[in-house]
Design a binder for this molecule. Structure first.
Ligand SMILES: [Zn+2]
Length: 505
């Protein structure tokens, strides 16, 4: 006690001890939002659709940068959302769904990763196993156990100080504070989530005296990264994720640099910086597309073997052709879309409900023209949420129509695809208005109760998506993907011709 008192009483603010004043040159390589994408995929936006990305190509690029700069001068970070998006993360390995990512990421060699919202998709217990067996250090300063006393996950640290490039580099993880709306409620009740900026500032203050450079490895999205740069003092560099943003020129706000490398394992972000006297004095950023034509070192046969093995086991389960599509079924986040019509029809066919609903953010890929395999459908609906049946009133359903009209008009929110519920609308002075609304061809009765089916995610997030609390909720026993496969097996996959929201003449 005496010692403590003396320390408190006598301790003038100690100047930051520096290892040396520098300059130090450091290269930070980073990826984010890999979402299980492990193979090269056609780059639809580039002429000739070259195969882009995948772990073989990523490892080549990381190795070539390490060869050029010297391994001891580099840090390699991943911004999270490693899970959900391809069948790779449906494979149970190392005791968790997604464990296959361990071998692939480990073969590349990373120093740390931050936990993203989608890493919770298979549940908190799965994520705990995943983090426990992860060869790479999980970071997050705002994800704690209930009561807020400990890091939430095994192995997790709030931040870590790496001795690299002759200096001490503090890397702080931060996870989106909007997690409550992005994961299941039962698991959310089993953790403490601190506000992003306050948690980062506290951690910056804690490690600042022992570091020469502070990097925030963030899974909060580029807009919130800019907010952090404005509100938190002492961050040198934010390596971002979550918004899947391709930042081609590093942003610079309030002495803080911000970078982010797209998504799906298609690009590698490369930050070359110089630090002197606790500050970045020079920074160059390159967002490098992982195209086959730009590889400068040969592929790693062991990585290739790993990828081939996973691909074969996935093909065995998901390779089966279940139907065919004569033309592409596209999707949209803000508007009605062919894929949205098709999946809600599939769910209505399977559930027998009066109305089915599907959120735009849940449609993860288009169905291309050609054979439709289980894999095609998995890529569209990878979350495999259980479909629930419940009751909504006609008034509640009219509320959904109004939300959809607003989404369609301002493009700022998601559209809820519907089957069974149709409407006509017209433009008005300020906002579009509903002219007619029908259920199964009959006028919508505002006082009547209707049976509705939608994913468990929509039911849990009813405040955000439905606007009225679902009543009499029960499980149907099938998932959205089950409904899609069952429907595809019945006949060719095509855009249902009946448009749900029609502009009145
Ligand atoms: Zn995310």
């Amino acid at each position: 006690m005496l010692t403590l008192l003396l320390l408190v009483a006598c301790g003038p603010k100690t100047p930051r001890p520096a290892v040396s004043t520098g300059p130090h040159a450091l290269t930070v390589m980073h990826t984010n939002d890999i979402h299980g994408h492990f193979e090269p995929e056609p780059a639809e936006w580039i002429e000739g659709r070259p195969a882009i990305g995948g772990f073989v190509r990523l490892e080549q690029e990381v190795r070539s940068v390490r060869d050029a700069r010297g391994r001891a001068q580099t840090l390699t970070l991943d911004g999270g959302d490693q899970l959900t998006g391809t069948p790779l993360t449906e494979i149970n390995e190392d005791g968790s769904l997604g464990g296959a990512m361990h071998s692939l990421l480990d073969r590349v060699g990373y120093d740390a990763w931050v936990v993203g919202n989608h890493d919770f998709d298979k549940g908190l217990d799965n994520l705990s196993h995943y983090a426990q067996n992860h060869p790479i250090l999980p970071l997050s300063c705002n994800l704690l156990t209930p009561g807020g006393t400990q890091p939430l996950l095994p192995q997790q640290e709030l931040s870590h100080i790496f001795k690299v490039a002759g200096m001490r580099v503090g890397v702080i993880g931060v996870t989106t504070e909007k997690l409550a709306g992005l994961m299941n409620k039962r698991d959310f009740a089993r953790l403490t989530l601190l506000p992003e900026a306050a948690a980062v500032q506290a951690e910056v203050n804690r490690i600042d005296p022992a570091t020469d450079l502070i990097i925030v490895l963030s899974h909060v999205g580029v807009e919130n990264d800019q907010r952090l740069a404005n509100d938190v003092t002492g961050i040198d560099l934010i390596v971002g994720a979550h918004s899947h943003t391709r930042i081609e020129n590093a942003l610079h706000i309030n002495d803080t640099w911000i970078v982010q490398a797209g998504s799906y394992n298609r690009e590698l972000g490369i930050v070359d910086l110089v630090e002197q006297d606790d500050h970045i004095t020079d920074l160059r950023y390159e967002l490098r597309d992982l195209l086959p034509s730009t590889a400068t070192v040969t592929a790693d046969p062991e990585m290739q073997a790993l990828v081939d093995t996973y691909k074969q086991s996935i093909d065995r389960v998901y390779g089966e052709t279940v139907s065919s599509a004569g033309a592409l079924l596209g999707r949209s986040y803000n508007h009605e879309s062919p894929l949205g019509r098709w999946i809600t029809d599939a769910m209505r066919d399977q559930s027998g409900a009066d109305v089915t609903l599907y959120n735009g953010s849940g449609l993860r890929a288009d169905i291309p023209a050609g054979p439709v395999t289980r894999l095609t459908l998995f890529q569209c609906f990878p979350f495999q949420n259980p479909v629930m049946r419940f009751t909504l009133s006609g008034k509640d359903l009219l509320g959904i129509v109004l939300q959809n009209l607003a989404a369609d008009a301002d493009e700022k929110r998601g559209f809820l695809s519907t089957s069974g519920l149709t409407w006509t609308w017209r433009k008005n002075v300020n906002a579009p208005e509903v002219v007619t609304a029908s259920i199964g061809g009959q006028p919508l009765d505002l006082t009547h109760d209707y049976s509705v089916a939608a994913s468990s995610y929509l039911v849990e997030q009813w405040q955000k998506y439905i606007g009225a609390e679902p009543r009499n909720v029960e499980a149907t026993g099938f998932t959205d993907l089950d409904a899609a496969i069952a429907y595809a097996l019945k006949g060719p996959v095509k855009d249902p011709a009946d448009v749900r929201g029609i502009e009145a003449k």
